[in-house]
Design a protein around this ligand. Structure first.
Ligand SMILES: [Zn+2]
Length: 138
């Protein structure tokens, strides 16, 4: 027998016991003088209920877990398209700025365009205002 089946059986058995105790305590053996439920029978039955629920819920855990997984799958099936769209939109928004950033980095790191100094003929960066050798303005 599976552990979960045992837990279910124990849970339902205890539930039957607790219901029997509650019915016996209230309907069959009430206090003779007051008519109140017989506390000695009623109370243990009442206190068994949380234990029954714990055992039954634990016993049904495989089914609950399976249901949970199915619900999650259904959620993903249902929202998957939207999630995919959201992801592709994010890429659409991010891609140009990433391209720009990468381009800027490439430009910064790549070889600079070179020109010759008008005065001494040394190669200098195309965008420099002064020659780094003769210091004259270009
Ligand atoms: Zn120069």
């Amino acid at each position: 027998m599976k552990k979960s089946t045992g837990l279910k059986l124990a849970g339902f058995f205890l539930l039957a016991v607790s219901i029997t105790l509650i019915v016996l305590g209230t309907a069959v053996f009430p206090e003779a003088d007051t008519g109140f439920p017989n506390f000695a029978i009623f109370a243990p039955g009442f206190m068994l209920i949380p234990i029954c629920f714990f055992l039954i819920v634990t016993g049904f855990m495989p089914q609950i877990t399976k249901l949970n997984a199915n619900l999650r799958k259904e959620t993903l099936d249902h929202a998957g398209k939207d999630l995919g769209e959201a992801a592709s939109q994010t890429v659409d928004v991010l891609a140009p700025s990433i391209t720009k950033t990468v381009g800027a980095v490439k430009k910064g790191m790549g070889p600079q365009e070179q020109i010759y100094c008008k005065y001494c003929g040394t190669t200098i960066d195309a965008d420099s205002r002064f020659c780094k050798y003769c210091s004259r303005e270009q």
